[in-house]
Design a protein around this ligand. Structure first.
Ligand SMILES: C[S@@+](CC[C@H](N)C(=O)[O-])C[C@H]1O[C@@H](n2cnc3c(N)ncnc32)[C@H](O)[C@@H]1O
Length: 223
């Protein structure tokens, strides 16, 4: 049986530790935000896995990405990761229905780096409303990168909205792609996860692959 786990969570897989130690090099501000979230939020397991955030930053640099969609803010760890990876004129639109974790923990830490903070537009409200308003404002094709990490039930719809908003060659990362129990056999909550994975994998508008890092990552490049 394979281990599916975020590196900061309790696990007993030496391969996860080996890969993380060798390749995850968090910026000190990211480390501070991660430590503060783990120490102060009872739902800290929602925090993006640092290995996933690192992969996203590498993809952003590889495609020279500037404009990012961050679906699910929580304390702001993913928004900060993208802000650090894009150039000075880059922008991150980060959306969440609830800003309490951001206000309690993340915002003051992110503000310690004004250069990164000024790139992030934190939007309060349902991600579906925010994505729909961006589409209505005529912003389809203007984004380079999307990270989908909010409510599981809407994952497939968020993927569809992000496909509209991305330019060809843009990257969508769908987090928690092996989460929710037994994703391989689509049991329990993993039924939704499995349905989203199958939807992306059958989508001829993108090239995708599914990897076992963190609690699973589905990577899709818009063709
Ligand atoms: C897993 S956390 C995001 C973690 C964050 N991306 C990170 O890297 O640390 C999921 C977030 O999605 C938010 N959320 C849940 N339902 C939502 C919705 N319908 N629209 C927008 N955000 C939602 C939750 O409030 C929560 O903060």
């Amino acid at each position: 049986m394979s281990t599916v786990s975020k590196s900061y969570a309790e696990h007993s897989d030496p391969v996860i530790d080996y890969c993380t130690k060798l390749t995850v090099k968090l910026d000190p501000l990211q480390q501070k935000l991660q430590d503060a979230t783990i120490a102060n939020h009872k739902m800290f397991v929602m925090l993006g896995a640092p290995e996933i955030l690192t992969i996203g930053q590498h993809f952003l640099k590889l495609i020279h990405g500037k404009n990012c969609l961050d679906v699910g803010t929580f304390t702001g760890a993913s928004a900060l990761a993208w802000a650090l990876a894009v150039p000075n004129d880059g922008k991150v639109i980060s959306m969440d229905v609830d800003h309490s974790a951001l206000d309690q923990i993340g915002r003051s830490i992110i503000n310690e780096c004004p250069k990164s903070a000024q790139k992030i537009d934190f939007r309060l409200g349902s991600a579906m409303d925010t994505l729909n308003s961006l589409i209505d404002e005529g912003k389809c094709g203007e984004f380079d990168f999307a990270f989908i990490d909010a409510d599981r039930a809407n994952k497939t719809l968020y993927y569809e909205k992000c496909m509209q908003l991305l330019r060809p060659g843009g990257v969508i990362l769908v987090d928690n792609a092996l989460a929710g129990g037994d994703a391989v056999h689509a049991i329990g909550d993993a039924v939704i996860t499995d349905a989203c994975n199958r939807h992306i994998s059958a989508d001829e508008r993108s090239h995708s692959f599914l990897i076992n890092t963190g609690d699973g990552l589905h990577v899709a490049f818009k063709a």
